[in-house]
Write a protein that binds this ligand. Structure first.
Ligand code: F6R
Length: 241
């Protein structure tokens, strides 16, 4: 595990964007595993800036997102598909056919999860997986207690995650209760994993996840076992490290 300390959120985002751009430059047809949430927003902004300056080209890149809410149409403003288009895809030259997210409108969970796992295998697996971390240690929507060996699956979100995500909805009753998520097995199979974290409310979980024991109760803790795992945090999130 490699730890990169940043003073500020902006610096954290720039350092993470540097690693992603190095991946894209070294392997233009790479597969990027991407995350939503508030933490990566600054990374996407930085990548867009470098793209606009002509320093980055996404024309051969394939993306595969970690997760999507069940039951939301792709064009629902709260879907992760909409988030990714607004924050990143619509501002760079990535080809629409190279963009992949779980299909939240397919309510046949078995079929959708199999489709996503087969797709990940077909595109050759993930070269670099970007992750955030939830307050309870979740990665993707792999909540505490998730089996480490799972592929894509459908999860019932915990009350803590529903509460944390309620800020994006006008009414907490609208937050979907289920989601499709890439499993930890798939995340661990990525060649490189990059987890970004900021803010003092994450300091405690950072300590537990990366400096405590490896346990399904803290899903992100399994990343300690990944051969190429980088953690980039701001000063507040790394306060106890
Ligand atoms: C997002 C995802 C989640 C988030 C996590 C942290 O695709 O899979 O695991 O990374 O909930 O979210 P933020 O960055 O909003 O604190």
């Amino acid at each position: 595990m490699k730890i990169i300390r940043s003073e500020t959120y902006k610096d954290m985002a720039r350092k993470a964007a540097n690693i992603i751009s190095a991946q894209v430059i070294m392997k233009p047809n790479c597969v990027l595993g991407l995350a939503t949430g508030s933490t990566p927003i600054g990374i996407y902004e930085q990548l867009i800036d470098w793209y606009r300056k002509g320093d980055l080209d996404f024309s051969e890149v394939t993306t595969i997102n970690l997760d999507e809410y069940c039951g939301l149409a792709r064009n629902n403003p709260q879907s992760y598909c909409s988030f990714m288009h607004n924050q990143f895809f619509d501002s760079v030259n990535i080809r629409p056919e190279h963009i992949h997210l779980p299909d939240g409108t397919n309510l046949n969970a078995k079929e959708e999860c199999e489709r996503y796992d087969q797709l990940i295998a077909k595109i050759g697996g993930v070269d670099l997986q970007l992750l955030g971390i939830g307050l309870d240690g979740h990665i993707g929507f792999n909540e505490p207690g998730s089996a480490f060996e799972l592929g894509t699956h459908c999860v019932e979100l915990t009350s803590s995650t529903i509460e944390a995500n309620a800020r994006f909805f006008s009414d907490s009753g609208e937050v979907p209760r289920k989601a499709y998520t890439m499993g930890i097995r798939t995340i661990m199979q990525a060649h490189k994993v990059l987890l970004v974290v900021n803010g003092k409310n994450k300091a405690e979980i950072v300590k537990r996840a990366f400096f405590g024991s490896v346990t399904p109760q803290v899903p992100a803790s399994i990343l300690q076992m990944h051969p190429d795992f980088t953690l980039i945090g701001d000063a507040e999130a790394l306060a106890y490290v």
